[in-house]
Design a protein around this ligand. Structure first.
Ligand code: C2O
Ligand code: CU
Ligand code: CU
Length: 485
């Protein structure tokens, strides 16, 4: 309640043992406390008021990823906040409950600034969410926990390193909530984990492994909030910018059992031309990063009763967590979210994703740097459209993000086997496709149709971005402006 003052600035933080790490962050000033990248809570219908005071040496913004906003409050690179300047954002929150996020979005510097630390989480609540929380008996911050997952390139002096203009910046260290090799002691019960992929470029494939066996978990929500029903899964693909709300039941494991949250290996399908081919770049003396698609441990859990020996860096006792050996039943119905709409008769707007022989990425032949920032097309307010995203065969997986809306995935065609095997509904849709989303992963050769209802409650001409959320692709121009009018 009331305006929150954020300062974008650089401070040193003890992320790794040894020297502190300088991080670019949003310093929250609230009732006399300073909190770096605060987790913001807002209720549906409430007005979010945030001011940004830019203390960096260069322009930045705060973009409200996933929120239905007007252009002036979107925080995209169309409205940079120059060094030493301030800007106020005011948003009446129209979104469903869910985990959203905020991050820097200046043209050509988004990858660098997000990697350096300018990103935080935003939790939206509504009545449906509060009712579910009550039924599950899980409290936010206790057994309902956000996991902000980001890989960083870290040098031997604990500094984050980034090179602008590089393809796909993947990290040599993975942090969860800014903690390396995190460990959490859990009670033998049900937990709700809100996974957010805040990596610049790395697609994750999270799974919970107990003695190398995948534990079944339930997907209950996606980018834009709760699904209609829970879906049992053993792993899922989580692309940069995507969120997954999952329930994990530790109640059937013996005391002392360890569970690893691991990103499983997968075929990365980075089959682009030589010109843009990715080469892991050890940059001087830092350890090389695991390549895209390689298995990666993200976090460890231990069911209460583990010995002190496993209490490593970031360890947190389960003593504070309200424990019960019996897991709460997972409700068969989670929310009133309707099924994806029947889009027969809706106009279809095609988009082709491809790379040219110089290694530049394009959306419909449009590159943001080459072709400028003027809107590439205009959508009439109040209309509904199908956007057909067709990825070239010689390409990479592109997490495509649309500003200012939540959309529904309505069809996948020519999907890779790993995607087809997850189909649970007509149109090639997997469980994650059945929710509201703001970012959708389109694999090489695949065609994905999304349905968008442009019913935003704003007037006049509003300009938004459509881009790949692989931040290096975005910064290299795989982005365009569109107008809603
Ligand atoms: Cu999360 Cu245009 O960004
Ligand atoms: Cu966004
Ligand atoms: Cu891309």
């Amino acid at each position: 309640r009331g305006p929150l003052a954020l300062q974008s600035r650089v401070d040193g933080f003890n992320v790794f043992p040894g020297q502190p790490t300088p991080l670019w962050h949003y310093a929250g000033q609230w009732e006399g406390h300073a909190i770096a990248n605060p987790v913001l809570h807002v209720a549906h219908g409430q007005t979010l008021q945030v001011s940004l005071d830019n203390r960096l040496q260069e322009a930045t913004t705060v973009h409200w990823h996933g929120l239905v906003v007007d252009e002036a409050n979107d925080g995209s690179g169309l409205h940079p906040v120059e060094a030493g300047m301030q800007r106020a954002y005011r948003i009446r929150v129209a979104n469903r409950a869910g985990l959203y996020w905020y991050h820097a979005h200046p043209h050509q510097r988004t990858g660098l600034q997000v990697h350096a630390g300018l990103a935080g989480l935003l939790l939206v609540e509504d009545d449906e969410e509060l009712a579910l929380r009550k039924r599950l008996g899980l409290q936010w911050g206790d057994r309902d926990l956000p996991l902000l997952i980001a890989d960083k390139q870290v040098d031997t002096a604990n500094r984050l390193v980034y090179r602008s203009g590089a393809d796909d910046w993947i990290g040599n260290r993975v942090l969860v909530n800014w903690t390396p090799e995190p460990f959490l002691e859990v009670v033998p019960g049900l937990y709700r984990l809100r996974l957010a992929n805040v990596c610049n470029a790395r697609v994750l494939r999270p799974a919970f492994l107990h003695e190398e066996q995948a534990l079944e978990f339930h997907l209950i929500g996606t980018d834009g909030g709760l699904l209609a029903q829970p879906w049992p899964m053993e792993d899922l693909f989580l692309a940069p910018a995507q969120r997954a709300d999952v329930l994990v039941d530790f109640s059937r494991l013996p005391p002392g059992a360890r569970v690893v949250l691991r990103s499983l290996d997968y075929v990365p399908m980075e089959n682009e031309d030589e010109s843009g081919a990715f080469a892991p770049d050890p940059m001087g003396d830092h350890p090389a990063a695991e390549p895209m698609g390689a298995g990666l441990d993200l976090m460890q859990f231990c069911v209460a009763g583990c010995g002190d020996d496993v209490r490593g860096n970031g360890g947190r006792g389960a003593a504070g967590a309200s424990g019960s050996r019996r897991a709460a039943a997972i409700p068969a119905s989670l929310s009133s979210l309707p099924a994806p709409p029947d889009t027969r008769g809706w106009p279809v707007r095609p988009f082709r994703l491809h790379m040219d022989s110089q290694g530049a990425w394009f959306i419909n032949g449009h590159n943001f740097h080459r072709d400028g920032h003027a809107p590439a097309f205009t959508v009439k307010r109040g209309t509904r459209e199908v956007w057909e995203l067709r990825n070239a065969m010689t390409s990479m997986p592109h997490p495509i993000h649309v500003h200012g809306v939540q959309f529904r995935v309505v069809e996948r065609r020519i999907s890779p086997q790993d995607v087809r095997s997850r189909q649970v509904a007509e149109g090639g849709l997997g469980p994650q496709d059945l929710g509201c989303n703001d970012t959708v992963l389109v694999w090489p050769g695949e065609t994905v149709r999304i349905a968008i209802d442009f019913d935003q409650p704003f007037d006049g001409n509003q300009q938004y971005m459509l881009h790949c959320h692989n931040l290096e692709h975005e910064d290299m121009g795989m982005m365009l402006t569109f107008a809603v009018t």
